[in-house]
Each structure stands twice: as structure tokens, then as C-alpha cells.
Write a new protein. Structure first.
Length: 66
């Protein structure tokens, strides 16, 4: 019944945190601070929250939908 199909790609490539950490930008500073915070997390739930925060923060800094 369909004569055409409109496909929209909402995926985004994975972030390379090691590369971003080297940037002398707000993004680089954000990732450095968040990775430091991630390294001191002892509870898995806290690690998950920080990891999601990194993704949300980078998407916001890139002007993408969160």
C-alpha cells in the first residue's frame, strides 16, 4: 500500500573520549572532569549515571537533541 518510504537517521557516531580529552575546548574540559569523576565512582549505578551524563553533555555541547 505504500508508494514511498521516508527514512530519517537519528543515530550519531560514538564519541572518542580519549581524543576529546586532548582538546583545548570546553568539550575537552568537560570530558576530562567527567572522566575523573567516573574513575572515583565505586557503585555501578553512579558509574552509569556519570556515563550517561557524559553523553548528554556532549550532545548538548554539539547542539544535538538530548
Amino acid at each position: 500500500m505504500f508508494r514511498f518510504l521516508d527514512v530519517e537517521d537519528y543515530s550519531c557516531p560514538a564519541y572518542d573520549l580519549d581524543d576529546i580529552k586532548q582538546e583545548a575546548t570546553v568539550r575537552g574540559a568537560f570530558v576530562r572532569k567527567m572522566v575523573d569523576r567516573l574513575s572515583i565512582c565505586e557503585v555501578e549505578e553512579d558509574k552509569r549515571i556519570v556515563q550517561q551524563s557524559i553523553i548528554y553533555g556532549l550532545r548538548a555541547l554539539d547542539g544535538r537533541e538530548i
